[in-house]
Structure formats: C-alpha cells, structure tokens
Unconditional design. Structure first.
Length: 301
C-alpha cells in the first residue's frame, strides 16, 4: 500500500473533492483520481460516495481514512526524528495558526525564529481552531493554536488570555455601557464565526448555559467581513479585545463582555502521544520566552 495513494485519498476526504485535494498536495486532478482508483482496486471496495463535485467517504472509506491518518502521522514523526539528527541545521516546522489574532501574536515570532534557525523550513497552515485540531489529530501539523479548553488528547502551552468584547454600531442602545452581560443580548441578532472556529463553540455553549439559543444573523470565517456586517447593522459580534482595539472602525463601538467564564484563552497544542521535533520544541521555547502565557492558567501536567 503506497503512502502517496493514502495521502491523496485522505486529502479528498478532508477537502471534500478531487480538485481541492489536488491543489493541496500540488498535483493534477487526474493524478489524484488515479491514486484513489488504485487504492480502491487494491482493497476491492468503494471508498468514496461521489455526488457531483462533492465526495464523501463510504463506510469502508471511513475505516481507511482513520487508519491512513495514523500511518501518515507515523511517517511524519519518523522524518522528524531523523531530521533532528542534524541538530536544527535543517528540518521542518509544521505549524497551524488561527485566522484571528495571529498577525499580532505570531508574525513577529516568525522573524525571530527565522533569524535563529535559518535552515528550518516553516510550513504554515491557517484555519479556524477546530479545523486545526482535526489536522493535528491527523498528523498534518505538529503544533497548532486553539482556544482552551481542549480535549485531553492534547497537551498545551499558554500563549495569551484576552477578554471578549461585543462589537456593535456606535448608535446601538448598549454602546454607552461599560460592560454587558450575555443575558443582555438574548434578543440581539449575532454575527458569528463559522463552525470551524472554537470561539463560535464557546459562545454557543455559553448561551446554552444561560438558557437561550441566539438568533444568528450571519456566519463568516473572515474577520473583516464580520466587522463590515456589524457596521451594516446586521448584528453584534464577539471578538478578542486586543483584535478590536488594534483596528478601530469609524461608526463602531465595543463593550466589554462581563462574563468571567468566557474568555479568549489561546494556547499552543500538540498531540499528547506524539513525538515533537526539535524544530517544534524550539518554537515552543520561543513562544514561552516572548509571551509567557500571561494571565492564563497553568497547563496540565
């Protein structure tokens, strides 16, 4: 069983189709189609249910997908251990960062990391935190960034803790308050992030604890578009305070969310049972050195 065919199949499942999978692994679509056919012929079972341009795993495909992820992750760990023999003179840092907050928190660190370790190839993946966790489980990255709390399958190191603010038009009835509670927003339409973002999950779970289901006016994975929707009066949005204060917008106001159990607690995470390359450990050292996880809980032992 060729790992290249497994890689192609995994990406078709992960991306939902052949075209996007081909772009992800930098080959042509016919090459991906041929690889999946070869795998199906070898196993004697259909692995995908094809519906137009979308492809979903069959029951047999679910089994192959689960084991293929483990096999590919083991390959990456093997390569990482071998690369470590070169003592950071070469190697790869495979890291996933979220779409919110990374420009402020991590962009300066890449310059420092590149200066210290010029031989390390940095491979960056950008998604919402929940998507990054899935890629981390599959071994596609060594390190990711996600919001606490995370599953016990991950170890984590704190990065930054920020309160959330509620972004609203400056003429909104709540805009002059120093702070608002979640109960004050029961009847307000909300502009939320897409389901792949951990902050979206945190907000929805908090609303459920307060006994209501929010009215969702729109969802987006693009922060600039969310801010534009709020400015257009479509609804209110929740964002980390540092992000909003770094990009003030005319006609908008932000009010502190006064809920002690709802914060934007960002951490670097990795699989608890995984081998971490020297390149990854050097990144963790740099984050600890520069951010020190201020105002955050200590990581689990």
């Amino acid at each position: 069983m060729d790992l290249r065919t497994l890689r192609a199949f995994v990406e078709v499942v992960r991306q939902g189709g052949f075209s996007q999978a081909a772009k992800t692994i930098f080959v042509t679509q016919p090459t991906v189609s041929k690889a999946v056919r070869q795998l199906e012929d070898e196993l004697g079972l259909p692995l995908l249910d094809r519906n137009g341009h979308r492809s979903a795993p069959s029951p047999a495909g679910e089994v192959v997908y689960r084991h293929a992820n483990r096999m590919l992750a083991l390959r990456e760990e093997l390569l990482a251990e071998l690369q470590d023999l070169a003592d950071l003179r070469r190697g790869t840092l495979r890291i996933g960062l979220p779409l919110i907050g990374s420009s402020m928190l991590f962009a300066p660190l890449f310059a420092i990391y590149r200066h210290r370790y010029p031989g390390i190839d940095i491979r960056l993946t950008e998604h919402g935190s929940l998507q990054l966790e899935d890629i981390l489980r599959a071994g596609g990255i060594e390190l990711g960034a996600s919001l606490l709390p995370v599953s016990d399958e991950f170890e984590w190191q704190p990065v930054r803790s920020e309160p959330l603010v509620v972004l609203m038009p400056a003429n909104h009835a709540l805009a002059r308050r120093a702070a608002v509670r979640l109960d004050d927003l029961r009847s307000e339409p909300l502009v939320l992030l897409e389901s792949g973002f951990a902050l979206n999950r945190i907000i929805l779970q908090a609303c459920a604890r307060h006994g209501f289901e929010p009215t969702v006016a729109a969802r987006s994975g693009q922060m600039d578009f969310m801010i534009a929707l709020v400015a257009a009066g479509l609804g209110l949005a929740f964002l980390p305070r540092m992000v909003v204060e770094a990009r003030p917008q005319a006609g908008l106001a932000h009010v502190l969310l006064d809920e002690p159990d709802i914060r934007w607690d960002l951490a670097t995470v990795w699989r608890r049972d995984a081998y971490l390359s020297r390149a990854a450990r050097a990144w963790l050292d740099l984050v600890r050195e520069t951010h020190a996880g201020r105002n955050m809980p200590a990581p689990r032992p």
